[in-house]
Write a new protein. Structure first.
Length: 180
């Protein structure tokens, strides 16, 4: 019998209650990368997490089994003021226009290794998007991870271009999908 995690939804107000769990999962998932690339350090992730949580309408779907975090998905709403900085390849202007409720920036979908391939990532993703009011979801996936990109394509995402959001970050495939 498959075990399904309990999913709880959190907003930025409750980040302090779950922050350590999110950081702990990240530290496990990115342990190898963190030893060779400062961008993936736990400290840099914690900074990004807090910055993302300051974004409008931040939300997180946290999956737990027996009180232990197995994974999560989180993101925030883009505003009309958002500019697609770091976009490397040209994209149609109609994809780049933002309003205060058009795009949900999906920052992380992360699952501990022992729970990968069980459907937990998709469950967390869908639970998170079920709470969203935006029209579409946007995410970045490292160009060096074609299997992860293929997974997101199976979930309905399509490629819109390449991005490098920070000077020291990897290059990413930028992907979109409707939420509804």
């Amino acid at each position: 019998m498959a075990i399904t995690p309990t999913i709880s939804y959190h907003t930025a107000k409750g980040l302090s209650l779950i922050e350590q769990q999110l950081v702990d999962v990240y530290a496990e998932v990115y342990a190898e990368e963190a030893t060779i690339d400062p961008f993936f350090s736990v400290e840099r992730f914690a900074e990004r997490l807090r910055a993302h949580a300051r974004g409008p309408r931040w939300g997180c779907a946290l999956g737990e089994i027996d009180g232990h975090a197995v994974g999560y998905a989180y993101g925030f709403a883009r505003t009309a003021a958002y500019r697609w900085n770091g976009l490397i390849s040209p994209a149609p202007i109609e994809l780049l226009e933002e309003t205060d409720d058009r795009t949900f920036a999906l920052c992380e979908v992360m699952v501990r290794a022992s729970w990968r391939g069980t459907g937990v990532a998709h469950t967390l993703h869908e639970a998170l998007l079920s709470q969203r009011t935006e029209a579409r979801s946007h995410l970045l996936v490292e160009e060096e991870h074609p299997k992860v990109r293929a997974l997101y394509e199976r979930w309905g995402y399509t490629w819109m271009g390449s991005m490098q959001p920070c000077p020291d970050s990897p290059r990413y495939d930028s992907m979109l999908r409707p939420i509804a």
